[in-house]
Ligand binder design. Structure first.
Ligand code: 3HC
Length: 312
């Protein structure tokens, strides 16, 4: 019986029929989606912190407005994704507690410090650029609610990437001090951005099954390669040097060959030993505690409002 159900499920996947919350699904499929979608949501929420660090220090009112708009988008992406995860039967509060106690992951990239305004441009250009690369295929994910959430999120990511590249372009083509700021920033963010795509395919423990279930459509290494091939010309166009001595155009393969990622660094950051891991989780725990009164007030208002409707 179980095997028959699993065969029918895989047939639906193979025929590109979306799986919806009330459909039968293997427990492992559900678990994989809960893991990936909640960690994706955590990444969006934690990802607000490095950028939030520069709201009060943005160099102009316009830059402040754009940064505020982007950060608000990220908050919305997080809420969207928690809602998508809830369709799989998770409890949002528990999922957020798992993040706070170190049981759940979020993207390694958000554990690096934002040391200059150029870093805010670099996050938009490289981090959101990498996120778009990884999220566009997720619009075709086999799980309906996740795929649909991704469509709207990707539209907003494109604005994030453009405004980031504009910030970096202005610096790279500005004064020598500004150009140095931009070069110093790409030197610190380039390799962590490549790590966002996850381990090499040969070391990825989830890819094979996620590809079979059409959760993951393109492999970690192929997406990373696409990102490098698109982004290196953008850096060269504004005179920035990508910090990789092994980077070289391979005419035969029509793509860039590039150096080896420091997987020790990746594993250390993912294990919680990155430059800002502790600070990020502390900030999230404080936000939850300091925001408790808002949640209580909203619940009290909702209860009163409901009671007044029932009495009518
Ligand atoms: N940071 C932290 N953990 C990572 C990671 C990274 N950059 N890359 C991989 N991992 C973890 C995986 O979560 C998995 O650990 P787990 O079993 O404890 O969950 C382990 O490393 C093995 O990696 P796999 O490649 O086998 O795992 P996946 O098949 O899940 O692939 C992924 C990893 C490509 C990140 C995939 O989970 C994914 O596509 N997630 C959805 C997109 C996402 O989360 N992007 C993160 C950035 S969001 C963002 O940038 C927001 C933007 O607005 C700025």
């Amino acid at each position: 019986m179980q095997q028959e159900l699993e065969n029918k499920f895989q047939e639906k996947i193979d025929k590109e029929i979306k799986i919806e919350p009330k459909d039968w699904m293997p427990e492992e499929y559900r678990k994989t989606l809960i893991r990936q979608i909640t960690q994706h949501a955590h990444s969006e929420v934690v990802g607000m912190l490095p950028e939030g660090n520069w709201i009060t220090r943005a160099p102009s009112l316009k830059r402040k407005q754009v940064l505020l708009a982007k950060i608000q988008d990220e908050a919305g992406h997080g809420l969207y994704l928690y809602s998508a995860a809830e369709t799989l039967g998770i409890d949002r509060e528990k999922s957020i507690d798992d993040l706070h106690i170190g049981k759940a992951k979020y993207s390694s990239i958000f554990n690096y410090p934002t040391l200059s305004w150029a870093d805010i441009g670099m996050i938009g250009w490289l981090v959101d650029g990498a996120a778009i690369m990884n999220q566009v295929p997720l619009c075709r994910c086999s799980y309906g609610p996740y795929a649909r959430a991704m469509v709207r999120i990707c539209k907003e990511e494109s604005f994030h990437q453009r405004q980031g590249y504009e910030i970096v372009t202005q610096l790279a083509l500005g004064t020598p001090e500004q150009k140095k700021l931009a070069q110093d920033s790409i030197n610190r963010w380039w390799w962590p951005a490549l790590m966002m795509f996850g381990p090499n395919d040969s070391d990825s423990k989830h890819s094979a099954q996620s590809m079979k279930w059409k959760i993951k459509r393109i492999s970690n290494d192929d997406l990373r390669q696409q990102f490098v091939d698109v982004t290196v010309p953008q850096a060269e166009l504004i005179g920035l040097k990508v910090p990789d001595a092994d980077l070289k155009w391979n005419e035969e393969k029509k793509k860039f060959d590039f150096g080896t990622i420091n997987w020790d660094e990746f594993n250390q950051v993912v294990a919680g030993n990155g430059p800002c891991n502790k600070e990020r989780i502390e900030a999230r725990k404080n936000a939850k505690e300091e925001g408790a009164w808002v949640r209580e007030a909203a619940l009290a208002y909702a209860k009163n409002h409901l009671q007044s409707i029932v009495k009518q």
